[in-house]
Design a protein around this ligand. Structure first.
Ligand code: FE2
Ligand code: FE2
Length: 317
């Protein structure tokens, strides 16, 4: 007889966190189409050419990373899922990564001309540092090491996005592009849960390894982080040198690299802590509108429409 196909039963859980994360992620569901991006057009017109170029490039880069997560990342992680509940959570993450990737196109179509949009996407294909990180992570996703795949995913979620997030958070701190920033904060809030969840799943499997295997894997993971960090430094120089923000962005990157390591249960490698990060940028992460904390609710700035059942009155035209 063939193997029995088992229906998912949410009333019997191997890991209660799967249900908690499912609930958390569905509660904070959002769509880019509900954010009034055109309200930022006046700000955009007042910004310098170099600032436009920076925003376009960081969002092009973020689009590429979210595409990678939605197209290859979650399907790679699903192959190693231990339960159908874990698969369900990864399905949710996969869809939201598509929402994230699409959001940048909504931003571009509001702020940019079709020719500019074409140039942004061409740039993402040609930029060597961006392609380097995408290829590095993608190669791991296409391999068969379940733990390295999770580590790569956490590095993407909790570290690699932040060279891009810095720019909109900085502008938000100076009261510019507030609606664009609202989208970024919603994305950031999702990535925070994704990084924590996948990191937690990593830790469970890592702890089950023999000490020798743990050491070997940790060495490989720390090497991956340094490799990505060195590439991230070059990417940051290319993007931020003209505006003179590179040093500040570097601090932010090292702070987030530490957070990524902590999500995997490892000690931080860099000396930077939250107090070293530009407070204007840090503020953008932690405002109550779209809280970065794991257990926060849907942001104040984003409210789902309330729905009521149709009644006879609705047919009186
Ligand atoms: Fe994402
Ligand atoms: Fe994510």
């Amino acid at each position: 007889m063939e193997k029995t196909y088992r229906a998912i039963n949410w009333n019997v859980l191997d890991d209660a966190l799967d249900k908690a994360v499912w609930e958390k992620l569905t509660e904070q569901f959002w769509l880019d189409t509900r954010i009034p991006l055109s309200n930022d057009l006046n700000d955009w017109k007042k910004m310098k050419e170099e600032e436009h170029a920076l925003v376009e490039k960081v969002f092009g880069g973020l689009t590429l990373l979210d595409t990678l997560q939605s197209v290859d990342g979650m399907s790679a992680l699903k192959k190693d899922a231990l339960t159908s509940h874990e698969t369900a959570v990864l399905n949710n993450i996969e869809f939201m990564e598509s929402v994230h990737a699409k959001s940048y196109s909504s931003i571009f179509s509001t702020l940019n001309t079709p020719t500019e949009i074409e140039e942004i996407f061409e740039w993402t294909e040609k930029n060597e540092y961006l392609q380097y990180k995408a290829e590095k992570i993608c190669a791991i996703y296409r391999g068969d090491d379940a733990l390295m795949k999770k580590a790569a995913s956490v590095f993407l979620e909790s570290f690699l996005f932040y060279s891009g997030f810095y720019a909109p958070l900085y502008f938000l701190g100076h009261n510019r592009l507030n609606n664009v920033a609202e989208i970024i904060k919603l994305i950031l809030r999702d990535e925070s849960v994704h990084g924590t969840y996948i990191g937690y799943k990593f830790q469970i499997r890592y702890r089950a390894l023999a000490e020798e295997e743990q050491e070997k894997l940790k060495f490989e993971i720390v090497n991956l982080l340094y490799d990505l960090y060195q590439n991230e430094e070059k990417y940051t120089h290319e993007l931020y040198d003209e505006l003179g923000w590179t040093e500040d962005v570097g601090i932010f990157l090292r702070y987030n690299a530490n957070k990524a390591l902590m999500n995997l249960g490892f000690e931080p490698l860099f000396e930077e802590t939250a107090t070293d990060v530009n407070p204007v940028v840090m503020n953008g992460i932690s405002t109550s509108t779209s809280n970065h904390d794991f257990f926060s609710q849907v942001g104040n700035g984003y409210l789902l429409g309330s729905v009521e059942a149709m009644g006879d009155d609705d047919y009186w035209i």
